[in-house]
Design a protein around this ligand. Sequence first.
Ligand code: PEP
Ligand code: MN
Length: 357
Amino acid sequence: MIEIEPITGLKSDDGRCALIAGPCSAESEQQVIQCARMLSGMGIGTLRAGIWKPRTRPGGYEGPGRPGLEWLRKARQLTGMRIMTEVANAAHVEAALEAGIDMVWIGARTTVSPFAVQEIADSLAGTGIPVFVKNPINADIDLWTGAFERLSRAGIRRLAAIHRGFSSYGETVYRYAPQWEIPIELRRRIPQLPIFCDPSHMAGRTGLIQPLAQTAMNLNADGLFVEVHPDPSCALSDRNQQLTPDEFGQLVRSLSQRRETSEYDRESLKPLRDELDSVDKELIGLLARRFGIAREIGSYKQLHNLAVLQPDRYNAVMENIIREAVQMGIDGKCISNIFENIHSESIRWQLETINRK
Ligand code: PEP
Ligand code: MN
């Protein structure tokens, strides 16, 4: 059981979703302060900036290290903003705590390592500092959950997640694919945990940020975590995905926020939800029947010494199903995903039937 305490002061008074913004990397005192002044002028309360930058390949800008913490402190002093940076090991935690950083985040390349997460959890124990945990770079919900469990066992209660997308092999539209079903599953597992969306790392380029941020709003994200740089064309890291403060302002104004669900909404939705529940029940009944038939087929194949997997038949079934579904207005990819799962379960049933005999 993971106990969550709210992180106060993140949401603005007008009820807008929480916004955290700032440069990918702290690059100079002047850049950090300029960025903080512009963001604070727009009413943004929390400044993010990387002090230690995990680079996938060596040779890139690795951040200013310790001296950069002073720039953040100065930005806080001048603007009243809260300051936040990434920590990846105990030494970073120690330096960040010593500098009085308000909140920290664990990066995507760190969440993948249980050793690193444990080291951070141990060094944060007893501090009460809010900790944001980015999703691991690979689409592994258990690693993400495990990081919260480790922090929770170290007594850290003020926790939040940052959904920043997942890596995939080869060229894709997004730098890191959103895979929205993963933060949705995280919400199911840890319902009280605030989930922020980082559309900057998902997008990889500024043009894709707005629709991602809007999707996050539609899915009830608790906040946005966005890279903003006073002059992105000169940024020392993640140049293509950083917004100017002006562009960030436009983004925020463009987002339509969803309001809280009221008792009235719940009442209005009840008949439809009841109908949905009864359709789900029917679906389960149908699936049970389908698996029963698959088992009978398994018995036949066993008796007559046939292979379980019959690729021609499988391809024909899939083609027919997709055609039929598309005619009924269902997305072909969605239906093929569902039927791949159903089919592999049928195969498992058949193998079980055969092995038992
Ligand atoms: C960052 O936020 O600048 C960062 C390094 O992010 P991630 O860990 O998501 O790559
Ligand atoms: Mn970045």
